[in-house]
Design a protein around this ligand. Structure first.
Ligand SMILES: Cc1ncc(COP(=O)(O)O)c(C=O)c1O
Length: 450
């Protein structure tokens, strides 16, 4: 790894004075504008109009640890952790080695028919993560695994109804999209093709848990709901944790009314929020745990981990598998996931995550305490952090762009788009955290609430 421009990923940013990107980036961005779905390029133009600054992407060339280097050689610190995937850092050596070894022997097997050894080993490892006897359905994306969970609920309960939550995000393929309470804009154009049996309850956050539970109970009592689908903390929805006791109450309500509780732990699971599963740490007892993102350490793999007695609802078919796909259990992704789990389950990894979470919280609280910065609220759930700011989407986008110019990759989140959402790799160094917080304070001070 020593020939990489950022061998350990522990360096501070280094962005040229002319700003992110450069000549190589410009060439590629022009190419992109000519080939990608036009909606994405149009979105960048709209953002430019809104904020008065460029929203052209940087083009990633190398990523290690917390660092990303673009095709022009600018170095950044990735405060998104690649949408939360790089919980352990980008290019974790154990994962890279496992993928290289696997690539030299078997790239592809026959999914549900003739699997690779790696797929079998991974399913065993995943089943053992649950606190109860479990069966596993693998997927390629988070949405895939959510859909496996929803199909399981349909089979186990015979009910098509799904009760999801306002602000919840579960992916954008049709089954998952139907349950997307995050933004109407995602569902609206496709609503004619979506499951009409989905309802949305208010999210049971600390402020509104009582009202949410009344709504949930009323809908479940109608007897048409097969799946109660919740993120224990809203991720894209603005880093909003469920209230204390909410997961236990939802478990009891689901049991009472014959629905399955499905915990979408794609963001929160595998250590990002502290424990392996936040829903269980919050005293919930889900029937299905859904994971993705960090599982593959950068390769696309996800899983629905299902209680064994519930999974029995898939029956004893003799024909073709009724839930599978060409790349199911891809050996490369499974090898990466096994290596990721090896690292994720080490005690020193849990300690690293706890250290990073504590340090990020301490530093953000101290850097952003001045009321003049327009910070409305900060939420800390392990290394899932939301900084809600005044000034709406426009200011949040402008802040993210200014931070990119200073070498920090960030994303906005929340239903109104005004929550700076931080899901960094937990291998961030103290120096990176302090420099990030100082820069964020500086950028917020320079970008007053319009
Ligand atoms: C909680 C949650 N569920 C599901 C998904 C969908 O995962 P994917 O984009 O891999 O389909 C996401 C993605 O951000 C997510 O945050």
């Amino acid at each position: 790894m020593s020939d990489l421009p950022t061998p350990n990923g522990d360096l501070l940013p280094c962005v040229r004075a002319s700003g992110p990107g450069g000549g190589a980036t410009r060439t590629l961005v022009d190419l992109l504008a000519n080939s990608e779905c036009p909606g994405l390029t149009a979105r960048r133009r709209r953002r430019e109009e809104l904020t008065g600054s460029s929203h052209d992407p940087i083009v990633w060339a190398v990523a290690r640890g917390a660092n990303v280097v673009d095709v022009d050689g600018n170095r950044y610190v990735d405060m998104t952790g690649g949408f939360g995937v790089a919980l352990l850092g980008h290019g974790v050596p154990e994962v890279v080695t496992a993928v290289q070894a696997q690539a030299s022997t078997l790239l592809h097997a026959l999914g549900d028919v003739y699997p690779s050894a790696k797929k079998i080993l991974l399913e065993g490892r995943l089943a053992a993560l649950a606190p109860w006897p479990a069966r596993v359905i693998l997927g390629l994306s988070g949405a895939d695994a959510v859909e496996a969970a929803l199909k399981t609920a349909m089979l186990a309960t015979g009910r098509p109804g799904v009760l999801a939550f306002e602000g919840g995000y579960h992916g954008l393929s049709y089954g998952a999209l139907a349950a997307c309470g995050y933004k109407l804009a995602f569902r609206e154009p496709f609503v004619g093709q979506l499951n009409p049996a989905v309802r949305f309850a208010p999210y049971p956050s600390a402020a509104g848990s009582g009202r949410a539970m009344e709504y949930v109970e009323a809908v479940l009592a109608e007897g048409r709901t097969g799946a109660l689908l919740i993120e224990p903390t809203l991720g894209r929805g603005g880093v909003e944790p469920a209230a204390e006791g909410a997961l236990a109450t939802l478990t009891a309500l689901a049991r009472r009314h014959g629905a399955l509780l499905v915990a979408d732990e794609i963001y929160t699971g595998l250590g990002r929020t502290g424990g392996l599963f936040q829903s269980i740490a919050m005293q919930g007892d889900p029937d299905v745990l859904v994971i993705g993102k960090a599982l593959g350490g950068g390769l696309p793999v996800s899983a629905a981990i299902i209680k064994e007695d519930v999974a029995a609802a898939w029956g004893h078919p003799v024909g073709e598998a009724i839930h599978t796909s060409t790349f199911l259990g891809n050996p490369l992704a499974c090898a990466a996931a096994i290596a990721s789990l090896d690292v994720l389950q080490r005690p020193d990894t849990a300690a690293m995550i706890a250290r990073c979470a504590a340090s990020l919280e301490r530093s953000l609280r101290s850097s952003l305490r001045s009321p003049g910065l327009g910070v409305r609220r900060m939420t800390f759930v392990g290394v899932l952090v939301g900084v809600a700011i005044d000034g709406g989407l426009r200011r949040a986008l402008a802040v993210c762009r200014s931070m990119l110019e200073r070498g920090y990759v960030m994303l906005t989140g929340g239903v109104a788009g005004d929550v700076l959402t931080l899901t960094p790799p937990a291998c961030l160094t103290e120096a990176q955290i302090e420099d990030f917080c100082a820069n964020l304070a500086g950028v917020l001070a320079e970008s007053p609430d319009p």
